[in-house]
Design a protein around this ligand. Structure first.
Ligand SMILES: [Fe+2]
Ligand SMILES: [Fe+2]
Length: 276
């Protein structure tokens, strides 16, 4: 940590299949050094061949310099990982607002103690155009907030709270912007994910950093992480082809860097790279 007041946090968009993991391997240590990054969070829901993640892949990505992981609707794709999610020492959360939250593996938020700072990381799924059985993130966030206030961990005085980061994994810009505005006076940074398409609206909402979608790390000549010939077929014909990760060609790395002074976000900037 560069000093007790300032903190630089990097959030990496959905790491997708081997090209996504390799892009992180190729650029992250330089970015961390250049921008004096203190903490790295990555969405890893597509890291295992495009769908889900495994314990071994988390280890691999940690070795490249990622400190903590969020996920999304694809986190259930690797069956063995359901069991792994019960291991609360794994540095990963899944969305908090599932129906039956207490009955499914894993946790939807985590409080991390960095010594001179504490960070809450939360994950929510959107409802628009999503097929997951989830409750409204607006109501679930308020319930979560009120429970932490009752525990004495949070208060209305942001300056005495831990930093709070949200990964909002959702399809529509409207739901993301609206949820951002809804929480901005209580939250420190808000990272949209899921579409795999980076948006150009990184900005401050008061003293919360916001971006509608961080984007992804993965194959550049692709739709999501998939060769466009497959997705074209699936848009044109009823005989669907299974998604297969595009392993060839250039890769894209999308991320945002947020700088905090104390509890206030002071800047957010995109750090994007195309790797040939
Ligand atoms: Fe994704
Ligand atoms: Fe997703």
């Amino acid at each position: 940590m560069q000093d007790s007041r300032n903190m630089n946090v990097l959030f990496i968009g959905d790491i997708s299949a081997r090209p996504g993991r390799e892009s992180v391997k190729d650029v992250l240590s330089n970015i961390k050094q250049h921008y004096e990054v203190d903490f790295v969070i990555a969405n890893c829901e597509n890291a295992a061949g495009g769908r889900g993640v495994t314990r071994a892949i988390l280890k691999e990505l940690e070795s490249y310099g990622v400190d903590f992981f969020t996920a999304g609707d694809h986190v259930w794709a690797q069956k063995q990982f359901h069991e792994d999610l019960y291991d609360l020492n794994l540095p990963i959360i899944r969305p908090l607002n599932y129906e039956g939250n207490a009955q499914i593996p894993g946790k939807g938020y985590k409080l991390i103690d960095l010594g001179d700072k504490r960070i809450f990381i939360l994950s929510f799924l959107g409802q628009g155009f999503m097929r997951e059985p989830v409750r409204s993130p607006f109501w679930v966030f308020d319930e979560w907030w009120n429970a932490r206030v009752d525990e004495g961990i949070l208060s209305d005085d942001k300056s005495s709270n831990p930093l709070i980061f949200i990964d909002f994994h959702a399809e529509t810009t409207a739901e993301k912007l609206t949820f951002g505005w809804y929480v901005h006076s209580r939250v420190s940074a808000f990272f949209g994910t899921h579409t795999h398409v980076a948006t150009a609206d990184a900005r401050l909402m008061g003293d919360m950093a916001y971006v509608t979608d961080v984007g992804m790390c993965g194959p550049y000549n692709a739709s999501l992480w998939v060769n466009p010939s497959i997705t074209t077929n699936n848009f044109m014909f009823p005989m669907k082809e299974p998604y297969k990760a595009e392993l060839e060609g250039p890769r894209i790395f999308n991320s945002v860097l947020v700088t905090f002074e104390g509890k206030e976000a002071k800047s957010i900037k995109r750090i994007d790279k195309i790797l040939q």
